[in-house]
Design a binder for this molecule. Structure first.
Ligand SMILES: Cc1ncc(C[n+]2csc(CCOP(=O)(O)OP(=O)(O)O)c2C)c(N)n1
Ligand code: SF4
Ligand SMILES: [Mg+2]
Length: 351
């Protein structure tokens, strides 16, 4: 058996959101991943974020590639649309679906092998085009599903379970996403749900390419001394630049902070990102400074987490292409074949 369905019954007193859904309504099948795998904690964080955001499950399209990480969409949002694509090809399939129907919320789930090795080109183009999506990489530094080979995000000098030293330079997907033009860039840790859930909520409500690199230890192949993606290493080297409080609307803000303690950013839909500063002078609106800060910490072997960059004025791919707002499958014959006169006018414009 490749999956186990969860029993439909649940406790009658479980809290429900305004749609009448409990957290259980955002779950999927029972996970078949190794006990303790970071990826399961990311699935749990997604369930929590979607429940709190009161998202209608049928409005979500979740897409993934191939890998343990890419299997996870089966374990959350069981009532949503799903497409487990080919290894490294999630971004192009998602881009096509998004262009055909912009009314759905697009969630891409991938692994470091899926996105930084075979799918690196696809990752790059989704970021630079500003595809309106939340792109999550469950980053464990190895190809977990094929038994623990180093992936392209494994740090130089880090050791495999058998003691082999990785000699290649790592690809930092966060730096790449920033450089390529993603408009919401964050890093987090599967073991820090308090940080991860608000980052996911902000990303799901962001217009444009939102990327979250989540360090997610592989307990089977990359959780030993010498690994820089183990629970122990990440806990000891995690440097958060800020803590995000996601507010669905401005009138939901209750807590007050001293001037200079928080940065507030209003997103296109009116939701507010309140960033409590942890690093002195860190400005998530300054792309160049963010890149410098990330590289300086990387050189010290520290893992910078938090909302590293956000630009709420960014346009998404639909804005760039000026596409029609109506999903393509709802366009009628009149819109698709507007007639000879319209064609003649169009041709005249091109002369
Ligand atoms: C075209 C193709 N090449 C290679 C593979 C073998 N393969 C399956 S999963 C995988 C790597 C997965 O690594 P990652 O994306 O990091 O996911 P993880 O299992 O670590 O979560 C590879 C190389 C494949 N399925 N298809
Ligand atoms: S092999 Fe690694 S990544 Fe795959 S389920 Fe097990 S712990 Fe998770
Ligand atoms: Mg991996």
């Amino acid at each position: 058996m490749t999956y186990l369905a969860k029993p439909k019954l649940h406790h009658p007193t479980l809290p429900a959101n305004s749609l009448g859904f409990t957290r259980r309504d955002y779950e999927g099948k029972i996970s078949t991943l190794c006990a303790g795998c970071g990826h399961d904690s990311i699935s749990a964080a997604l369930v929590q974020a979607c429940w709190e955001l009161e998202i209608e499950p049928h409005r979500v399209a979740k897409l993934s590639g191939i890998g343990c990480s890419s299997k996870t969409p089966d374990y959350f949002l069981g009532a949503s649309h799903g497409f487990n694509t080919v290894h490294g090809r999630m971004p192009s399939v998602l881009t096509g679906a998004n262009l055909a129907n912009r009314e759905l919320l697009y969630l891409g789930v991938s692994g470091d092998g899926d996105s930084a090795s075979i799918g690196l080109g696809q990752f790059a183009h989704a970021m630079r085009r500003g595809v309106n999506m939340t792109y999550i990489v469950e980053n464990n530094g190895v190809y977990g599903l094929t038994k623990g080979q180093f992936s392209a995000t494994a740090d130089q000098g880090s050791k495999s379970k058998r003691g082999v030293v990785n000699t290649d330079s790592p690809i930092d997907l966060v730096s790449l996403a920033l450089q390529l033009g993603a408009s919401y860039v964050a890093r987090s840790f599967s073991g820090d749900k308090e940080q991860l859930v608000p980052l996911m909520k902000g990303a799901l409500r962001h217009r444009g390419a939102a990327f979250i690199d989540v360090i997610s230890p592989c307990v089977a192949f990359n959780n030993h001394p010498g690994s820089t993606k183990s629970y122990e290493y990440v806990r000891a080297h995690n440097e958060a630049v800020n803590r995000l409080d996601f507010m669905p609307r401005r009138d939901a803000i209750l807590a007050t902070y001293a001037p200079g303690e928080v940065i507030e950013v209003t997103q296109h839909d009116g939701s507010v990102l309140r960033l409590r500063k942890l690093a002195d002078g860190y400005d998530p609106g300054d792309r160049l400074a963010a890149m410098n800060h990330i590289m300086a910490h990387e050189a010290r072997g520290e893992i910078l987490t938090g909302l590293l960059y956000v630009n709420c004025d960014a346009e998404d791919l639909h804005g760039h292409l000026k596409t029609v707002a109506v999903p393509l499958n709802r366009l009628g014959e009149a819109e698709l074949c507007p007639g000879a006169a319209v064609l003649a006018a169009l041709n005249a414009e091109l002369v």
